[in-house]
Design a binder for this molecule. Structure first.
Ligand SMILES: C[S@@+](CC[C@H](N)C(=O)[O-])C[C@H]1O[C@@H](n2cnc3c(N)ncnc32)[C@H](O)[C@@H]1O
Length: 501
């Protein structure tokens, strides 16, 4: 076992490149506001953000590109990740992103200030439930030393009891993989397939077929993801209550969830379940109790250093922009008791108002048709149905900004497009108004990059620019039609976000 492998089971395997939309600062602020937690950084243009376990740096690069006044730092154990992240940033002209190779377990309250400035936001996604105690302790020491009062951390982790059905499965896979031949990916896949085959004999302690099918498909499509997800003896999904307790030394309190709709008793539970919840013994933490009822396998908790109530007041001024043309947009959320859908006239009034350009939640609530909707209803329905995104700053059309973002898209395409296309996984296009990125596939990203570089939204021009030179006339015509269709979906958002005049 290498030194690094004693800290992280997949330390020798390069991870897949992944962007976490929940890390968008505007989404964090909105989610916290919905939980009535106050988080409103005094200078939104000057923030310091750290992504721990940043992998290949995609999220950090997108945040840095969208916020040129920020200092964005990625930290990871694996040199292969850090080297690539630095290259993506350098080639993309993203000079406010920097990457540090370090082992979180070695961070102390004394050495953290040598390595890191004071932080406004920390992203820790997909790390906590895969690492041993010394790494978790290092994370807490670093947070205690570096997170500013009022600073926040987004902590995404495999949660209990939601993940309990895979505890025994993971144990068997990890043990089986040790005796199998091949590299980590080959051993992992063979182990998973061997354990899944046990399902035929109706074992008591394997997940249901639907869950196993999902695991096998993901393992086949993305072997690196599978190795990081399953092949480690440190793998431990965590109870929210235990995570909250572990963060107490860093003076962190639970502020809310980055996925509010999936966590709201009013949406997710029937009246009898809500009554049972209210009657449960007071000693059990509310979130742990809620997790007994909700299908939350992965939690995206936001903790804050010093929680102040009053965040709901920030909902009214929050600006929302449409992410797709109004006529293709449904405003609906799926809940266990059925689909909750905004119907006309409320839906039409909201979409019509937003088609004109971004609006604040207060402006939308003032629409006559929306008199019965409060600020939370509007935020929840529009954002959680992915009809709209909260903005971090007012959109402005600036060709110099666009040229900078185009260079970033170019670098992302060069590094991540083949892999993203093969896995059918999104990359992301940085958008200044969002202070973050919209997840898009590789071909959409190429199109976005071309528009950002100043090409007109004309399918003929864009297809000449993007299509391979050897394409014949038929291929070119197909490309033009495809581009025209994508543009139709993209342009309203593009204009709302200020990217096109
Ligand atoms: C499952 S990946 C998640 C990557 C990314 N945050 C995401 O969610 O897509 C976990 C990452 O944490 C890093 N990591 C694990 N242990 C670490 C440690 N002790 N110090 C620093 N980084 C670590 C790994 O190298 C890997 O890139």
């Amino acid at each position: 076992m290498t030194d690094a492998k004693s800290r992280y089971g997949a330390a020798d395997v390069r991870y897949v490149a992944a962007f976490q939309p929940e890390s968008a600062p505007a989404r964090l602020r909105l989610a916290l506001a919905m939980a009535d937690t106050w988080w409103n950084p005094p200078d939104p243009e000057r923030m310091t953000v750290l992504d721990i376990g940043c992998g290949r740096g995609l999220s950090a690069c997108l945040l840095a590109a969208a916020n040129p006044g920020w200092d964005v730092i990625g930290l990871d154990l694996q040199p292969v990740h850090i080297e690539e992240a630095r290259e993506v940033a350098r080639q993309g002209g993203i000079d406010n992103a920097r990457f540090i190779e370090a082992d979180l377990a070695e961070l102390t309250e004394v050495n953290s200030p040598d390595l890191l400035p004071e932080l406004d936001v920390v992203i820790c996604h997909g790390v906590w439930s895969w690492v041993p105690d010394p790494v978790r302790d290092g994370i807490v020491r670093m947070l205690k030393s570096r997170l500013k009062p009022g600073g926040v951390i987004l902590l995404g982790y495999n949660a209990l009891p939601g993940y309990a059905d895979t505890l025994h499965f993971q144990r068997l896979v990890d043990e089986a993989a040790r005796s199998l031949p091949g590299d980590d990916a080959q051993r992992g896949l063979a182990a998973i397939e061997a354990i899944v085959a046990l399902r035929e004999q109706a074992p008591l302690y394997l997940p249901e077929p639907r869950v196993l099918e999902h695991i096998v498909n993901a393992a086949r499509n993305a072997p690196a993801y599978m190795v990081h997800e399953w092949l480690t003896s440190f793998w431990r999904p965590a109870y929210h209550a235990d995570v909250a307790r572990a963060l107490v030394p860093a003076r962190l309190e639970y502020g809310g969830t980055a996925r509010p709709a999936g966590s709201m008793p009013e949406l997710q539970l029937n009246p009898e379940q809500r009554a049972a919840l209210a009657a449960a013994p007071a000693g059990i933490a509310r979130e742990t109790l809620l997790d007994t009822f909700l299908a939350r396998r992965f939690r995206t908790d936001i903790f804050i250093r010093g929680r102040r109530p009053g965040g709901r007041a920030l909902l009214g001024p929050t600006m929302l922009a449409l992410t797709a043309p109004a006529d293709r947009t449904k405003i609906e959320i799926v809940t266990p008791s059925g689909t909750l859908e905004l119907k006309p006239p409320q839906r039409d009034a909201l979409l019509e108002a937003l088609s004109d350009g971004p609006k604040t939640i207060a402006e939308l609530a003032d629409l006559p048709a929306c008199a019965t909707l409060n600020h939370i209803d509007i935020a929840l329905m529009l954002v959680e149905s992915q009809a709209a995104e909260p903005l971090w700053r007012a959109p402005r059309h600036d060709p110099a900004d666009n040229a900078r973002l185009a260079r970033c898209c170019d670098s992302l395409l060069r590094h991540f497009a083949p892999e993203a296309s093969a896995m059918r996984a999104p990359i992301g296009v940085p958008i200044a108004a969002m202070g973050s990125a919209l997840p898009v596939g590789a071909s959409e990203l190429a199109l976005c990059g071309a528009l950002l570089s100043g090409l007109p939204p004309d399918p003929v021009v864009l297809s000449r620019h993007l299509a391979r030179p050897q394409g014949d006339e038929d291929a070119r015509a197909r490309a033009e039609t495809g581009i025209a269709q994508v543009l139709e979906g993209l342009l309203p958002t593009w204009r709302a976000m200020g990217i096109l005049p």
